[in-house]
Design a protein around this ligand. Sequence first.
Ligand code: SAM
Ligand code: SF4
Ligand code: SF4
Length: 337
Amino acid sequence: MLIDKLDRNLRDLRISVTDKCNLRCTYCMPAEIFGPGYAFLPKDQLLSFEEIEKLASVFAKAFGIQKFRLTGGEPLMRKDLPQLVEKLSSIPGVDDIAMTTNGILLPRYAKELKSAGLRRVSISLDSLDDELFGKINGRGIKVDQVLKGIDAAAEAGLKVKINMVVQKGVNDHHVIPMAKFFKEKGHALRFIEFMDVGNTNQWNMDTVYTKKDILRDIAEVLPFQPAPPNYPGEVAKRYVYEGSESEFGIISSVTDAFCSSCNRARLSAEGKLYTCLFSSAGHNLKEPLRAGKTDDELESIITGIWNARDDRYSETRDELKSSGTSRKKVEMSHIGG
Ligand code: SAM
Ligand code: SF4
Ligand code: SF4
């Protein structure tokens, strides 16, 4: 089994297929920075579907990875994405393909994605209020456009979860309306603590609405019980509403870090492998791939990268911040959360 320096195995690969997005969420790709002059990756720098398939099959065959998650940027901005889903789902041993999306293009693609082998989608929505949501997504997109995507995914037979990034003073008062709405709809809602990913989102600890805050708010109106993880190393803590089968979860990467069980690798759209969401740099897999390295050679490159891994940023965030240490981090839109 592949083990890193802190004894963590590799279980899960997230594949970013584009650094472009049709939204400009203030916490991820603020419009002032990701404006008309921003240099997105040129097409020839992106891994082709065949290259992604080749790397994914090395991950599956050599390391037993059974689960891939497609992300971005906005993954549905990548042309013909269902073709990639089809390629990945035909890799022997792969039994779970998921995608994280803002949902806007799902009415167009949900059925095709499901037929291609996609099983699950996590759809991001931060408020049910049009004005606030329009401000957060930076493009004035209305809530209904995402709700239509959610319905299209469910109708196509995809398992649906909802992601809500909660920012203190921005949308913390929308925790309860969101919880009530998705409890009724029967889709698991995941509250995500606002993180200091990338270099542009003006994060500081005062902007984080914590797991404790969220649990306190929900407990006042909707009683719930903690539920066990679905599998070892699941990042969201799960809770089930009393008298209901609906659940919600909290991803508390800031106030309750889970680095000790972090078994994720992230492949960027340009073919760099990142061993942490907060890495400064990725390991270039596109170069050896394009140089014609064999599967065995790629396996040994990846083994070397994972064996040397000692990332635990979230567990050291406070020390780093209090010592004034800062470093450049990869942007979220490159590796997709
Ligand atoms: N565009 C897709 C979407 O929005 O779902 C996929 C990519 S997006 C980078 C993946 C997830 O990261 C989304 O659920 C988004 O809300 C979350 N995210 C982005 N920036 C974040 C931040 N600063 N803190 C916490 N979560 C963040
Ligand atoms: Fe785009 Fe997703 Fe980032 Fe929002 S969170 S800007 S939808 S990549
Ligand atoms: Fe994993 Fe890095 Fe997040 Fe820790 S900070 S949980 S090592 S991605």
